[in-house]
Design a protein around this ligand. Structure first.
Ligand code: TYD
Length: 194
């Protein structure tokens, strides 16, 4: 199963991706844990950017990284019978580059036609207030808290509009272990694990 975690910065998606990885590990379920931007050449380039690019250029680079990531990491793992847990995928492009002015629906449609669709997307839902509290100040170095808030509000507003049938919204305001239980129960109900 191709499992994606999505949400705004500070929503707890990476924590939940790691908790699920630990759970699979404890059950000896074969999986890989991966993330976007990826560790490939384009992903590294994206992570090293110190200023924002034109939204279209950002969107193009994230998709280029995604195509490479799917080919290099995700597809081979799926073919080998492993579950894939991926921290961020094309919903991030729709939300983040959408917040810079691109049409989120167009970004989603274009990505869908180019790469593998996930089986489930756990979308961590938290208020911008909660997210800001959780984000360490060091992570937003260079951004004023005001800019960060405005950006997160725009990104969060776009995540709210997603209607995709693969999206399962998880309340990220509850405790880490409550959210984890909800995710595991969802997977148990679908026979992914016991
Ligand atoms: P993030 O998951 O926050 O990485 P880390 O926890 O390692 O810092 O992702 C890095 C940033 O990349 C995040 O602010 C969202 C952004 N991003 C996009 O703008 N578009 C995309 O398509 C992806 C995958 C990420």
């Amino acid at each position: 199963m191709f499992i994606v975690f999505e949400g705004i910065d500070g929503s707890g998606k990476s924590t939940q991706a790691h908790l699920l990885a630990d759970f699979f590990e404890s059950r000896r379920i074969l999986f890989i844990l991966t993330h976007e931007p990826s560790d490939g050449m384009i992903g590294q380039k994206l992570r090293s950017l110190t200023s924002r690019l034109h939204p279209k250029e950002e969107s193009r680079l994230f998709l280029e990284d995604r195509v490479d990531h799917v080919k290099r990491v995700i597809h081979p793992a799926m073919r080998a019978g492993r579950h894939v847990i991926c921290d961020r995928y094309y919903y991030s492009s729709a939300a983040y580059q959408g917040a810079l002015g691109l049409d989120p629906v167009e970004v989603l449609d274009f990505n869908r036609s180019a790469v593998l669709e996930p089986d489930v997307v756990f979308l961590m839902v938290v208020s911008v207030e909660t997210a800001l509290k959780r984000i360490e100040l060091s992570r937003s170095a260079g951004f004023s808290i005001f800019e960060k808030r405005k950006n997160l509000e725009a990104v969060s507003g776009i995540y709210k509009t997603f209607q995709d049938h693969v999206i399962k919204r998880i309340d990220g305001e509850q405790t880490e272990s409550e959210a984890h239980k909800e995710i595991v129960n969802w997977l148990i109900l679908r026979g992914v694990c016991t």
